[in-house]
Write a protein that binds this ligand. Structure first.
Ligand code: FES
Length: 100
């Protein structure tokens, strides 16, 4: 299990996710406001989240395609990622992300 903390504008919630789960699915199951319109085809950036700087380096790096899309995302920061591209693995143990 991986403990994922979502920091929203109004509340912070921590949920448990299974090994191998996609962050977008975990967020949507928790009711987080991530549209994920293209469902992982890297065509929308509506799944943009901001990873806690302490956790960012522990994730596998984004692909070039993901980085290009992030350049277009509203309010993107240096630790922005697309939730549809993040697979949660046991080695992470915990992950904290901000839902912009
Ligand atoms: Fe569209 Fe992630 S769901 S880019």
């Amino acid at each position: 299990m991986i403990r994922v903390t979502f920091q929203g504008s109004e509340e912070t919630r921590t949920v448990e996710a299974a090994d191998g789960a996609r962050l977008l699915d975990v967020a949507q199951a928790d009711g987080q406001p991530l549209e994920g319109t293209c469902d992982g085809d890297m065509a929308c950036a509506t799944c943009h989240i901001i990873v806690d700087p302490a956790d960012f380096a522990r994730l596998p790096p984004p692909s070039e395609e993901e980085e290009e899309l992030l350049d277009l995302a509203y309010n993107a920061t240096r630790t922005s990622r697309l939730a549809c591209q993040i697979r949660l693995t046991e080695v992470l143990r915990t992950l904290t992300v901000k839902v912009p």
